[in-house]
Design a protein around this ligand. Structure first.
Ligand code: GLU
Length: 281
């Protein structure tokens, strides 16, 4: 099987050194395995995605020496595909509409059981206020959640294999972890029709990705993705979660750190080789 991996930036800001490291890691791993590197633009959040950022991202990646097959897959073109996956989960009876806003969730979750985790890979663990609402009562104002207890009722023994340096090896996924440490994740955000988790799983499958390369900050999301792959009958790629690039204070870089934007280094006369050295490649 040909090795296929991807870099999947969201065009909501400039690429920084952490993105450069991620893209170069994926590209180098594909090249070393006679495989293919793909680019995907994750722009489902149309309130934040900007064509200018996308153009800048493509330009920065080309400057770094990367290339990829065209046309590039853009998530905003694929909403019907995500809808179909969501319908599949709804037909299985695993979804419900949720009317809660952030404040409702904070209030309802303010007195959790002692020792129970408050946050999971999808943010605040949902207290279950709307669980059980029928999909037939869904309105435009609602998000759609996965009923995690139902979704894991017949959970087969699930694992994933990570080839990265931080958590290498086989990771078992238990029902208790999914219910208590992940909870009822959002499958479709209000007014968006999908979510990061749903789109990424569908796209990785449709693009034939054999290994997901991304930062260690998304390691915990893999538990959700493997569950969704299982429910939707999609293939399960290996994952390669790599280290994060941090600033001098040890914080991981964020899009707002424009000082570390690749374009800034380019303007200051750095070469692609200098960037590789800066991120330790
Ligand atoms: N779009 C995500 C980001 O920019 C990456 C998601 C992934 O690689 O799965 O952080």
């Amino acid at each position: 099987m040909t090795y296929l991996t991807r870099f999947a930036p969201s065009p909501t800001g400039p690429l920084h050194l952490g993105h450069a490291f991620s893209a170069l890691t994926a590209f180098d791993r594909a090249r070393a395995r006679d495989g293919q590197f793909l680019l995907r633009i994750e722009d489902i959040d149309q309130s934040r995605a900007r064509p200018e950022w996308e153009a800048q991202i493509l330009d920065d990646l080309r400057w770094l020496g990367l290339d990829w097959p065209k046309p590039v897959l853009r998530q905003s073109d694929r909403l019907a595909r995500y809808r179909a996956a969501l319908d599949q989960l709804t037909e299985m009876g695993l979804t419900y509409p949720c009317r809660c806003n952030r404040a409702d969730i904070e209030r309802a979750a303010s007195a959790p059981q002692e020792g129970a985790p408050k946050f999971g890979p999808d943010g605040r663990i949902y207290p279950g206020t709307c669980r059980g609402h029928p999909m037939s009562e869904m309105t435009e104002q609602d998000a759609i959640r996965l009923d995690m207890a139902k979704a894991t009722e017949e959970l087969p023994s699930l694992t994933f294999h990570d080839t990265g340096p931080i958590n290498p090896g086989i990771h078992p996924i238990t029902r208790a972890h999914l219910i208590h440490a992940v909870g009822d994740i959002v499958l479709a955000r209000r007014g968006m029709g999908t979510s990061y988790h749903l789109s990424v799983v569908v796209d990785d499958a449709d693009q034939g990705i054999t290994e997901v390369t991304r930062g260690a900050d998304l390691f915990d999301a893999t538990y959700i993705h493997v569950l969704l792959q299982n429910l939707l009958g999609l293939p399960k790629p290996t994952s390669h979660h790599h280290r994060l690039i941090r600033d001098e204070a040890g914080h991981r870089l964020a899009k707002r750190d424009h000082a570390r934007a690749l374009s800034k280094y380019r303007a200051d006369g750095y070469s692609p080789t200098d960037i590789r050295l800066l991120v330790g490649l």
